[in-house]
Design a protein around this ligand. Structure first.
Ligand code: KG4
Ligand code: ZN
Length: 338
């Protein structure tokens, strides 16, 4: 039995969670800075660091209060130590180390992307491996073959923009504001997804993705059709992105003989992606997990889940270990296949 407190500050969410044994969520508090950054049309790193400094103590106090605990009950402390914004990461890492010292418990540094993979097991610890996980966020688009816990092979990734980045850029172009993904998702519900058919980048070509050309085709379309309806544009673009994401995930599952498919990362909150993903998995008789939206976008419960497992497997992280903005997903097999 381990009660672990985890801190996530890699980007624009200040989050603290308390999780027992890697799966039982006792508290999961997330304070989003989205409104602070909206004014700038994107995350401003220095502003993010300062907001984390302001918010971390109240979020921590709220998590302990939600779990009905004091620090005395915490048996280990985890923090995201990469990838992410260096200033933002260091705030969570420094706090976690200070708490570990003060409470005399181990500290464990967690890879943010491994956290997104472990979000799966918060809801479904019973899922059978191997699985294919589609990790789609503002910074990443990865098809990961999860052979065993800690054994990940990246089968596909983006050659240009991440899926979330493409949503954000198209939304900005259409004047929908920031963050773009949720805005396009909401507007697309009012549009016709077949009214404008955008090209599907690299659809028939392996497991890698390309979203930059899809974004450009929206821009070119609007230049030629000034009166185009924003809702139809949003629905058509979303449909094209979702089509590529789902087709390649199912292709990967088929190639490796996976037992199931899972979604992770902020873009996994997208309604149309969730719907198509479940439909296509069902049609193939695959186990399918579309996590609760709270566990798709950045949160600390997923960091606690991964931290719990890493602590058991590798032991504590040294207090002299810092943060790595470009940290890669650890691969148990050592092989990154494409
Ligand atoms: O994983 P995440 O919370 O942060 C990181 O990038 O690590 O993902 C944020 C991304 C943003 O690009 C945002 O626009 C996108 O996820 N996103 C969505 C939706 N909700 C968030 N994209 C499409 N539809 C959504 N409903
Ligand atoms: Zn994330």
């Amino acid at each position: 039995m381990t009660v672990l407190l985890a801190i996530e500050t890699s980007c624009d969410e200040t989050a603290v969670a308390i999780v027992r044994d890697g799966t039982e969520v006792l508290a999961n508090v997330v304070s989003s800075q989205v409104e602070i950054h909206a004014e700038f049309g994107g995350v401003v790193p220095e502003v993010a660091s300062r907001a984390h400094l302001d918010m971390l103590e109240p979020v921590l106090a709220q998590a302990l209060s939600d779990a009905g605990m004091t620090g005395a009950a915490i048996e280990a402390v985890a923090a995201t130590h990469g990838p992410g914004l260096i200033g933002a990461l260091l705030i969570g890492v420094s706090e976690a180390k200070a708490l570990a010292l003060a409470w005399d418990v181990p500290y464990v540094g967690v890879n943010h992307m491994e956290g997104h993979l472990f979000a799966t097991f918060l809801e479904r610890p019973d899922l059978e491996l191997p699985l294919i996980v589609l990790l789609v966020s503002g910074g990443h688009t990865l098809i990961v073959h999860l052979e065993a816990l800690g054994q990940y092979t990246i089968l596909g990734s983006t050659i240009d923009d991440a899926a979330g980045e493409a949503f954000d850029k198209v939304a900005r172009y259409l004047g929908l504001g920031y963050p773009g993904g949720p805005r396009i998702d909401a507007l697309a519900k009012e549009g016709d997804r077949e009214a404008i058919v955008f090209p599907r980048g690299m659809l028939h070509d392996g497991l890698d993705f390309s979203f930059s050309g899809m974004k450009t085709s929206v821009i070119n379309y609007v230049r030629k059709h000034r009166d185009a309806d924003n809702a139809d544009l949003a629905a058509g673009f979303q449909e094209a992105v979702v089509d590529v994401l789902v087709t390649k995930t199912m292709r990967a599952a088929e190639q490796v003989g996976a037992k199931g498919v899972c979604l992770g990362g902020g873009v996994a909150a997208n309604s149309r992606l969730r719907e198509r993903f479940a439909e296509e998995a069902g049609a193939r008789g695959l186990q399918c997990l579309v996590p609760d939206r709270a566990f798709c976008t950045d949160n600390a419960a997923m960091i606690a889940a991964a931290g719990h497992w890493r602590l058991q497997k590798d032991g504590p992280t040294g207090l002299d270990d810092g943060a790595s903005p470009n940290l890669k997903l650890p691969s148990g097999t050592g092989a990154i296949r494409r």
